[in-house]
Design a protein around this ligand. Sequence first.
Ligand code: HEM
Length: 508
Amino acid sequence: MIFLSDITTLAYGALALIIILTLVNKLTTWEHIVPLNIPWIDRRAEPFSYLRAKWRSFLNMRQNMTTAYYTVNKQQGRAAAIAIAFGRPQIVLPPKYVRWIATQPDTVLSMDPINDEFHYFLRDGLVGDLLLNEALRRKLSQYLPELIAEMSEEIVLAVDKVLGSEEEWRALPLRDTMRTIAARVSNRLFVGTELCRNEDYVRHAVGLGMAVMPQTLVQDLLPRVLKFPLSFATKLFTRISLAGITKHLVPVIRQRIRDIQTIEKDQLPRELLTWLAQRALQRGESPASLEHTLVARIAVVNLAAIETTVKALTTCLEDIAADTSRDYLALMKDEAHSVLSGCYGPGGGGAPPTKADVDKLVHIDRALKESLRLGMVLPGLIRQVTAPNGVTLDDGTHLRCGARISVAAYGIHRDEENWPDATTYNPSRHEGDSLPMSRGTEKYLAFSMGRRACPGRFFVSDEMKLLTAYIITRYEIKVVKPPVTKVGLVQELTMRGPQEQLLVRRIK
Ligand code: HEM
């Protein structure tokens, strides 16, 4: 009898465990939002198949996107579902939907709920906040031509400091070197001279990007019921980086607020922080939370700007260094010399380049565009269906409110029908189209297209063109790949894996 009751207890225990695990799985995931007629990529017949596919997707993203694009989107003309490590599954739509997605109003498809997942890590009050986007689109783009001189001054100082003046070859870690330069130059226009040159501030601004990714993963894997109670723990590393930038930013924010209240508008610093503070005061944001909300907005812009810029710059330096013919590099150098001759004299003197000068750097633009084309690994146009009744695709597939869609930008950028000899690095291919890197099309989505295309694209393309021009006219460079080693998940997530070495020496 005792034996039988033990077995019964065990059986009930196992049943309860299965029910709990199934519930946890259901609560944790959004797999149920994918319509049943949409095929999944890399989802196998195994227990907890969705969670396991999600886990694998972190390393198999390119492969999964390629399969979704060629096997399902192109061959069958329909959508495919992919489990995503950092969020809800994505329904990857065929490329014919690119323009449709890009033109939908936020009441039908929106990226705000996706952005809010990052906002949530920085400050709860930022959820739903669009003030940063507004300042980037209206103010930064409008004042950009006038800010080129400041941008180029910072480029000279940052590059000279980080790459040095030695005429002997030196080896530097490529990504970390570019992080320091990009963070300093970008922050000159975000928060001004004083902070962009503060090494501790720059270190924390860079650290933020590395802290947020692993935390979104942990948070995403938690069952919804546990997300809020455990959020203090999951946000720990972000809090440390945020505290690091807060201690430097708060005194500057207080100064800017005093300036806005006391001095003439045209005397105010022309930088993102001042525009954000002006607009926040105009909107009557609560003084009690103003400082922290402004810190969080500056944190968001650093998150959006630094790693993306670093990825594009390092890929471009690797690509041009690997181009053994050196033909395109020679064109870029000639162009940079002729455009910048007279600018950046010894010690940083000479007239600074103007916006018209930057616009003449067309070969450099094409080299960067080609690196952005081949370097794009993420899906494009990620949107959440916000229409309360969902949307219906032209093949009759109904996507419910809350479903996430995207397009396989990785496949689109490597499709031979779009780009002949697609996997070869060849900047000259862009000579015919004369579209700058910042301009999105249905075949090129590095900065996306439509209403929600990257609001930093004009700023960052000028920044990267000037930086590249300055580096190739002043330095000889080589890039050495790291030895092939197995990269651990934590290293991969925190972007701390082995990195390329930049060999560099100043040209006499
Ligand atoms: C090479 C560097 C960069 C690349 C490749 C890049 C690319 C992108 C892409 C693909 C999007 C998503 C657009 C969409 O889904 O339609 C985006 C959004 C965004 N980017 Fe960039 N970006 C870069 C640099 C920057 C910089 C420097 C800033 C800030 C100055 C910035 C600020 C933003 C913001 C705030 C968003 C969200 C826009 C929104 O909510 O409407 N990005 N970026």
